[in-house]
Design a protein around this ligand. Structure first.
Ligand SMILES: *Cc1c(COP(=O)(O)O)cnc(C)c1O
Length: 389
């Protein structure tokens, strides 16, 4: 065990299973550990570093804003918040924003807005979903492993199988408050629902007068090839939540709602001291501008297809590969057995990615990665699987 591991064990809550390296620097798709070893980063801080590390435009925006104003209170108006709200309204087609600092907080805000708007009815979510680690969001999350030991949970959630609109139709009534789903499940193992799933769910919600909430915390900002994944699905949710990639690495999240739904919130209903922090907002504006300027939505789509094709070529040769799936540059490779060994071998060869749901290798590289580097990832995986796991 290294010195920093021992120190950390003594000083920091033991809530994470960490990889045994200390990252000290990042640039583009690369990170370096403190021994100077370089890694290709397809972990991307769990789908946060969509622009790679320390994108110069984001760094510049942070520096400039930090020199002007780092923090004040939401009882005052601040310019970066307004600029960001305009950008988000433009990109979403008219949604209003509530700013916060993380995905869980964005979902908390969504759950509160649902209750304020629709009253105390149930919120239907999916099994194997992931919505965050606060009490309300673990209650929304459809995975017992995140809930055990923390009961009693918040009341009012019901879980149904993901990808099956009929399962929602079976339980939804006029009393239901909302249906809350990820467009593609991330922590659940990169699960892409059937083609018309969201459309069918939206039609059911419409018919019953039930709110549709989409958790875009992982899928947002180009990860799946759209600014927001719902834009490629033919639905427009009443509420959607974002965070992870929003601030180019800075902590920021938002709950966005159609104006008629957001109007259920009145002064005093919800708040966050740091929500809409000027530096985080400036970083988010810069980050969204880079996505547009560098054409990263298109790039996410074309590189994603290239990546999947490469992985599919490995499948016949490596029987451990059960499935290759995903959209844009959110890609999962389901394997037979334990993903942890593959993660470790890849790290030793200078490649970082993670494993969702125990056996799904999850690749979320920066959207501005090169085609050659994608090929290198496929080759590395090929050689690791060839050695046997
Ligand atoms: C990561 C994630 C969250 C939680 O976000 P935090 O910023 O960790 O609170 C919520 N929903 C989804 C879909 C996520 O991937």
């Amino acid at each position: 065990m290294e010195e920093f591991e021992r120190e950390q064990e003594a000083l920091i809550a033991n809530t994470y299973t960490r990889q045994p390296i200390m990252i000290v620097k990042g640039e583009g798709p690369w990170v370096w550990d403190r021994d100077g070893r370089k890694y290709l980063d397809c972990y991307s801080g769990i789908a946060v570093n969509n622009l790679g590390h320390c994108h110069p435009e984001v760094v510049k925006a942070i520096k400039e804003q930090a020199e002007r104003l780092i923090h004040t209170s939401n009882i005052f108006y601040t310019e970066p918040q307004l600029v960001l709200a305009k950008v988000l309204a433009r990109e979403s087609g008219g949604y209003k924003s509530f700013f916060c600092n993380s995905g869980a907080e964005a979902n908390e805000a969504a759950i509160k807005l649902v209750r304020k708007f629709a009253g105390p009815g149930e919120i239907i979510t999916a099994t194997d979903s992931f919505h965050g680690r606060t009490m309300a969001t673990i209650s929304a999350t459809g995975q017992p492993k995140y809930q055990q030991g923390f009961e009693p949970l918040l009341e009012g959630f019901r879980h149904v199988p993901f990808g099956d609109a009929g399962a929602i139709e079976d339980v939804v009534t006029e009393e239901t408050a909302a249906v809350m789903l990820e467009p593609i499940q991330g922590e659940g193992g990169v699960v892409v629902p059937p083609e018309n799933y969201l459309k069918d769910v939206a039609a059911i919600c419409e018919k019953k007068g039930v709110l549709l909430v989409l958790d875009e915390v992982q899928t947002g900002f180009g990860r799946t090839g759209e600014m927001f994944a719902w834009q490629g699905s033919g639905v427009d949710p009443d509420i959607f939540t974002v965070a992870k990639a929003m601030g180019g690495g800075m902590p920021i999240g938002a709950m966005l709602a159609k104006p008629g739904v957001m109007s259920a919130f009145e002064p005093g209903d919800h708040a966050s001291t740091f929500g809409g922090n000027p530096v985080a907002c400036a970083a988010a504006v810069a980050s969204i501008n880079v996505i547009l300027k560098e054409n990263l939505l298109e790039r996410s789509r074309t590189l994603g297809e290239h990546f999947k094709a490469g992985l599919l070529e490995l499948k016949p040769r490596h029987t451990e590969i059960r499935d290759v799936r995903g959209k844009g540059l959110m890609i999962g490779v389901e394997i037979e057995g334990d993903g942890a060994k593959i993660i470790e071998k890849a790290r030793e060869q200078g490649l970082l990615f993670n494993c969702a749901h125990g056996n799904v290798l999850r690749f979320t590289p920066p959207l501005n990665i090169d085609r050659e580097l994608i090929d290198r990832i496929v080759q590395t995986l090929d050689s690791i699987l060839s050695e046997g796991i």
